[in-house]
Ligand binder design. Structure first.
Ligand code: 5AD
Ligand code: SF4
Length: 439
């Protein structure tokens, strides 16, 4: 039986699709990248905002048509929408045969077999677990040929009032460090050069006295020739000790992804974020003091419930102070099941949400350019990820801060570190030239 999988949403979902592939391949299924050749079509979904949800819904309607020509095809909705949709919505989607939440992927082969044997008409498992379920599964597939994702924890206990994650992915569950270290070694042996540690809140990782900073140090020592990135960090979890670990190990990237969400303390409190704007600024100050050349990125949202023009101006003011290296920016969308959906009024008109979003998008563009230009004249270690899409004669790669750099192709191989002098910058990319020998 052939399966086809399509992935929506964050890096965690990409990683989860790799887990699903690994589970299905082990059970004798064959992967196809052609939709029409598949016996089973899986959509690994995202519920975090309205926009991706609509996109997935439209896609499902298109895929539904395939059933008219071949009624043997089985369609599966897996991931966050499976746990997010209520019973009534799931019942309306009567053409979907398989509905599987983020903690039940191991059951997919059995569920498909039941469907094929016509033991059931529909297979549903949307239960959420208290423990990590995929400890022994080594995912297949990759982010790029040199860089792999590795999930260290799942779920979230923070309960920000706008966010569906604690409901769609459940409570926080940290993975056993032994299995994480084993996976790191396997990735290294397979030839990967970079690991990106994933978690909704990586820095609240905790497993039998092992904190995130201990785990990070263990990984840095276990695979010293690999580059290590991690995301996402919750602002108030960043400690001086964690920063010292990041500083100490040259293979740990000097980059923090720390969502601010809003520059107004009033809005942060309505969002039930656990910091004020002043505290956030102090965290940034501490990071820059300990690791001066550190890159800081963020998530920002416009138009959260009751956000006034004054609150929005505060976000702009804070952005101007910090000048993030880059940010992911969204307009708020109310998500069924969250505290904000139930108790707060989604009262900012869409047009205002969009206008404010456009303003911060423009501002961030100028800040990203400002931060990129800070690299000009410096010599940096660049890990080559591939050949530039715009020009075959150029390589592209990243420095330790996660900036993208292109430089004229040399004899160096993809996956090697190169010393590159940064000569110039566009709005998104640094341009450099390789100097000295490969390192
Ligand atoms: N509306 C808009 N953006 C949201 N995010 C999370 N929930 C919502 C929502 N309901 C954004 C936050 C978070 C990122 C992953 O997605 O900025 O940090
Ligand atoms: Fe959602 Fe807040 Fe948890 Fe991030 S920290 S996943 S925004 S609940």
């Amino acid at each position: 039986m052939k399966f086809y999988i399509e992935t929506y949403g964050c890096q965690m979902n990409i990683y989860d699709s790799e887990i699903i592939c690994s589970i299905l391949l082990k059970s004798g299924f064959i992967k196809t990248s052609t939709l029409k050749k598949a016996d089973i079509i899986l959509l690994n979904t995202c519920a975090i905002r309205e926009k991706p949800e609509k996109k997935i819904f439209n896609r499902l309607m298109k895929i539904r048509c395939l059933k008219q020509t071949n009624n043997q095809i089985k369609i599966g909705l897996v991931g966050c929408l499976a746990t997010h949709y209520n019973k009534q919505t799931l019942e309306k989607l009567n053409f979907i045969d398989l509905i599987v939440g983020p903690d039940s992927y191991k059951k997919i082969p059995k569920m498909i077999k039941n469907l094929k044997k016509e033991q059931t008409k529909k297979e549903i498992d949307v239960s959420l677990a208290n423990q990590e379920k995929y400890t022994k599964i080594i995912p297949i597939g990759v982010r790029t040929s040199i860089s792999a994702f590795l999930s260290i924890m799942r779920g979230c206990d923070n309960m920000c009032t706008f966010c569906i994650v604690p409901f769609s992915r459940g409570r926080e569950k940290s993975r056993n460090p032994n299995s994480i270290l084993k996976e790191c070694k396997i990735l290294y042996k397979k030839g990967y050069k970079e690991i990106i540690l994933l978690g909704q809140n990586v820095d609240s990782y905790f497993f039998k006295q092992i904190k995130f900073l201990n785990l990070l140090e263990l990984i840095a020592i276990t695979v010293p020739l690999m580059r290590i990135r991690f995301l996402t960090s919750y602002p108030s979890n960043i400690s001086k000790n964690l920063l010292e670990v990041v500083k100490k190990h040259s293979n740990i990237c000097k980059h923090f992804h720390i969502p601010l969400q809003s520059g107004s303390t009033r809005i942060l409190s309505l969002m039930r974020r656990k910091y004020t704007v002043e505290e956030f600024l102090l965290i940034i100050k501490m990071i820059k003091q300990i690791i001066p050349d550190c890159s800081i990125s963020s998530d920002l949202m416009t138009g959260f419930c009751t956000e006034t023009q004054e609150d929005h101006r505060e976000t702009i003011r804070i952005m101007n102070i910090i000048k993030f290296n880059f940010s992911y920016m969204f307009k708020y969308s109310s998500r069924q099941g969250t505290y904000a959906y139930r108790k707060l009024k989604d009262d900012v008109p869409n047009i205002l949400k969009l206008r404010r979003l456009n303003e911060i998008l423009m501002l961030q563009k100028s800040h990203s350019f400002y931060r990129l230009k800070e690299n000009i004249g410096k010599i940096q270690n660049v890990l080559i990820e591939g050949i530039s899409k715009k020009d075959d004669n150029y390589y592209y790669g990243r420095n330790y801060k996660n900036d993208i750099i292109v430089f004229p192709k040399t004899k160096s191989k993809i996956g090697s570190y190169n010393r590159v002098k940064i000569l110039n910058s566009t709005f998104t990319t640094l341009i450099g030239e390789r100097i000295l020998s490969e390192i």
